[in-house]
Design a protein around this ligand. Structure first.
Ligand SMILES: Cc1cc2nc3c(=O)[nH]c(=O)nc-3n(C[C@H](O)[C@H](O)[C@H](O)COP(=O)(O)OP(=O)(O)OC[C@H]3O[C@@H](n4cnc5c(N)ncnc54)[C@H](O)[C@@H]3O)c2cc1C
Length: 373
């Protein structure tokens, strides 16, 4: 989640430049952090704290010190605010979009893929949590890798800032412009390229919506190794770029293990073809790992190859109640010991989460923690 800070390697992503003001200080100095926050207010919608608290019932744990290992709410908040970066000002090194730019993009993408419609822009300038607001004036919708390459090459030569956009379900505002960056949306690159039933390896474009890939695989007798609540909107390119974990991580591991290759376009338009479909590959440096979790800071992911497991013949869910946290830990140990690799997920919610509409079974109502596994 704090990757929003980590994007200062490439010139073309403005968010990075605006944040390059010694990001580490945000985590060490409360004073600097408070001062930075004041300056950030203009970029952040006022409901942010409320939204954060709503989404993250874990805050309650920290506040109540139920975990009891020195993890204080202060640290959590510091990271959270710190993740919004330092004193943010638009760098004058970046050009402003002009009519010639728009004409160029229309030539390479066609008019319908160059979006300036105000309604669409106002939606695109706000993140899923409604915490951050940008002021982009242009959305570009490339249909293939070559178009992505041409866009980035041009933006780099004109020093136009760019922000890559997947399904815009990220929870830290990474896909929302800080200022007037050009939004490059991958939504039109949504083709499944190949699927090998013998190896279970799928190759697809980065704009494929996760749920669509899951439906495709379901028909083939396979599943995706990751599943998450945002599956109806998030894209596989966004999942890879955020190194999303999801509900199946305990069983199938992270995307660093499941993604076998990516194709990505660098800031200067160079296409990096690392789209391998070989599971065991010892040849040299494995550069694709740099793109997993890089949140667009190294380039735009355009294609992904991923290892998919066969569909399970049955899935069982158990809801268990525990009286305290050490009991939860014992339960996890036992679950791992007894269920081994078939344990897919182990999640807990606290008693206060009942207030979010979850009704506990009568006999468990006194318990502090509930588990699903
Ligand atoms: C209801 C809900 C449940 C969630 N559950 C989980 C969960 O269980 N586990 C978890 O880890 N996360 C979870 N998330 C957050 C998760 O990271 C994102 O939902 C998802 O991975 C982001 O995909 P996206 O296509 O929406 O990306 P976006 O939000 O559009 O973008 C996210 C970041 O990736 C960059 N990006 C997007 N596409 C590309 C690309 N093709 N190339 C380069 N950069 C790109 C963007 O610039 C941005 O920095 C959840 C979110 C929601 C809303």
């Amino acid at each position: 989640m704090i990757n929003r800070n980590s994007r200062n390697t490439l010139r073309f992503l403005t968010r990075f430049h605006h944040h390059q003001h010694n990001p580490s200080s945000q985590f060490t100095s409360k004073t600097v952090f408070d001062e930075n926050c004041k300056q950030l207010k203009r970029n952040v919608l006022p409901t942010e704290n409320k939204a954060f608290n709503f989404f993250n019932p874990l805050t309650n744990f920290f506040k109540n010190k139920q975990l009891g290992h020195g993890i204080s709410c202060g640290i959590l908040q510091k990271c959270y605010y710190g993740s919004m970066g330092g004193a943010v000002q638009r760098s004058s090194r970046f050009s402003e979009l002009n009519d010639d730019d728009v004409r160029y993009f229309e030539e390479i993408l066609g008019k319908k893929n160059v979006v300036q419609d105000e309604d669409k822009l106002s939606v695109a300038n706000i993140d899923w949590m409604h915490k951050y607001k940008g002021s982009s004036k242009l959305i570009l919708q490339p249909c293939n890798t070559d178009q992505v390459s041409q866009i980035l090459k041009y933006c780099n030569s004109r020093c136009l800032a760019v922000v890559p956009r997947g399904g815009n379900t990220g929870l830290v505002g990474g896909s929302v412009p800080v200022f007037d960056e050009v939004i490059v949306s991958l939504s039109s690159m949504n083709n499944i390229i190949s699927f090998d039933k013998v190896s279970g390896i799928l190759v697809c474009e980065a704009g494929c919506i996760l749920e669509n890939i899951m439906s495709f695989l379901d028909n083939e007798g396979f599943i995706m190794p990751l599943d998450l609540g945002a599956k109806g909107s998030c894209q596989i390119g966004g999942n890879v770029s955020t190194n999303a974990g999801g509900l199946r991580l305990v069983r199938y591991g992270s995307l660093h293990g499941n993604v076998l290759g990516v194709e990505a376009v660098l800031a200067n338009g160079t296409v990096l073809d690392m789209l391998k479909t070989l599971r065991k590959d010892n040849t040299g440096y494995d550069l694709k790992h740099l793109f997993i979790g890089s949140e667009g800071s190294l380039g735009i992911v355009t294609k992904v190859s991923i290892l998919t497991p066969p569909k399970l013949s049955s899935v069982n869910v158990a809801l268990l109640a525990c009286k305290d946290y050490s009991c939860c830990q014992k339960l996890l140990q036992e679950a791992k010991r007894k269920l081994g690799e078939i344990l897919s997920a182990f999640e807990f919610l606290d008693g206060q989460s009942n207030g979010f509409g979850y009704k506990s079974p009568g006999r468990c109502s006194e318990s502090t923690f509930y588990f699903t596994s």
